[in-house]
Write a protein that binds this ligand. Structure first.
Ligand code: B12
Length: 212
């Protein structure tokens, strides 16, 4: 995305202007802008950071700093994230970032949103090997498996997980969703997953459909 077309918040995050990011988030929250909209703007800023990294203008340390800012924004928005008041669990979802990949910001948004929507979430964290996904599915009887991957060299790992779920005899009972910025429909086809979710809301909607 061109810098001029970005929102002020996205640009501030891309420029790593920490105080400006917090100030804009505060203003938006006070003005009733939904936390998901705020996160979407931050997401755009993160893509900008990624682009600057791939073109060699930012280093790893700057990506780390951007992640730190994003996490602080998420903590700030925690209290106002959408929540459905219900004590009954809608269903169980196993989720994690695949082996070889430690990106977890997007996954954590999905986890928060799922919990807020009444799902019981087993979050396996990052760098999760296929066996661990399979074991968690067996243990919990969850009907949905969510995998996050942000690196194109971890796509084959998602395929491995799908294969292992199949070998364990669980494929018919489990709906598999993949997500993460560089994923798309083609990646879904390659991995053999059932759905590709372009954002956290799309992911939650698929889980609702599975458990409806
Ligand atoms: C922050 C960041 C990091 C941080 C991660 C910190 C953390 N705790 O997560 C650090 C600095 C550690 C990092 C490291 C690396 N990174 Co990095 N990183 C990023 C960056 C800038 C932002 C990612 C992010 O958090 N975005 C914000 C979140 C909210 O977005 P999201 O993850 O896409 O999630 C949303 C949706 O996709 C969806 N979603 C995500 N997962 C799931 C799962 C399910 C089930 C569902 C339903 C939905 C869903 O929901 C979210 C909300 O809507 C991206 C750039 C980009 N365009 O994404 C590069 C990027 C992903 N990184 C990249 C690279 C190359 C690396 C390194 C290999 C760099 C290096 N040389 O070491 C390492 C790899 C480390 C590893 N083994 O994992 C490349 C990957 C290129 C590629 N396609 O393979 C990118 C694209 C940057 C670039 N353009 O070059 N990185």
């Amino acid at each position: 995305m061109e810098k001029e077309k970005m929102t002020e918040l996205a640009r501030a995050l891309m420029d790593l202007n920490e105080q400006k990011v917090y100030q804009l988030v505060e203003e938006k929250a006070k003005n009733g802008v939904s936390p998901l909209e705020i996160l979407a703007e931050c997401n755009e800023g993160m893509s900008g950071v990624g682009d600057l990294f791939s073109s060699g203008q930012y280093f790893l340390s700057q990506m780390l700093f951007a992640a730190e800012i994003f996490k602080n924004v998420m903590n700030r928005l925690e209290d106002i994230m959408p929540r459905e008041e219900s004590t009954a669990s809608r269903g169980k979802v196993v989720i994690g970032t695949v082996k070889g990949d430690i990106h977890d910001i997007g996954k954590n948004i999905v986890v928060n949103l799922l919990r807020g929507s009444g799902f019981e979430v087993v979050d396996l964290g990052v760098d999760v090997p296929a066996e661990k996904f399979v074991a968690a599915l067996k243990e919990t009887g969850a009907k949905v498996l969510g995998m996050s991957a942000l690196l194109n060299f971890t796509y084959p790992e998602m395929k491995t997980v799908v294969e292992e779920v199949t070998k364990a005899g669980l494929r018919d009972q489990v709906t598999i969703i993949i997500g993460g910025a560089p994923c798309n429909e083609q990646v879904r086809q390659f991995t053999g997953a059932d759905y590709y979710a372009e954002d956290a809301v799309a992911g939650v909607n698929i889980c609702k459909k599975v458990y409806s």
